[in-house]
Design a protein around this ligand. Sequence first.
Ligand code: COA
Length: 263
Amino acid sequence: MPYDNLENVKTENRDGVLVVTIDRPKVLNALNAQTVREIGRVFDEARDDASVRAVVLTGGGEKAFVAGADINELAKMDPISGKRTSEIGQDILLKIERFPKIVIAAVNGFALGGGCEIALACHIRIASEKAQLGLPEVTLGIIPGYGGTQRLARLVGKGKALEIICTADRVPAAEAERIGLVNKVVPPDQLMSTAEEMARKIASRGPVAVRCAIEAVMNGSEMPFEEGQFLEATLFGLLCSTEDMKEGMNAFLEKRAANFKGK
Ligand code: COA
């Protein structure tokens, strides 16, 4: 059964929105190897789960989204296991970034190290006013290893990324919003409802169109502009062959709500 036998990750399908909670609150949801594997499994299973139309990813407990990789495990690493750990994390975060349905991070507290990197891999980030984000790896004598050096620079620019990575300072939610590190900041008690509402709104749009929009933005932004535009035109053309396209256009012309089938 999907989502069975998970120890450190909880899932709940709330009317099409899969709420995924990374849940080791005693250690502020720190990512040990098992937790990273479980996150990967959930995304693999949710990908083919037709009842899931969007995902909201959050952290268990009051204090943290995820306070980073588990330092107890990190401390034992040698060059070979360190490289492998980094590769496994990178693969799983790429799974999140390339997920065909929208993934919203609901950043409920500390999002540090690997936690910040997970948030960076999500398509949209909504933060609670008490959230703090940061990449403190240099305080441990390492650098971010789950794609953080690459994604942060692409999101906020190289100068800000180097400031955040090299000072290891935590970025409070309001500043994170100012520099584009998070999309929106809300009071803590409105975090999940805001994230779920946005997820539900996106899930009500044409699913194939949303999937193509994710591909165009996430893949296209890694390409030279003209190739990105070529991808955009190809996806645009492809969408013109879908039932959803006909339904969306007809619904507008008939002044009614569209009933998308995802086909
Ligand atoms: N790995 C393993 N354990 C962690 C952890 C991590 N990344 N982050 C927190 N914990 C554990 C703490 O060791 C502590 O365990 P204990 O109760 O057995 O002592 C527990 O979680 C609570 O953390 P604590 O430090 O007491 O909470 P705090 O509110 O004083 O501080 C943080 C919160 C997030 C500032 C602090 O825990 C911290 O700096 N964590 C490490 C962040 C980090 O460097 N992450 C990047 C790793 S690459």
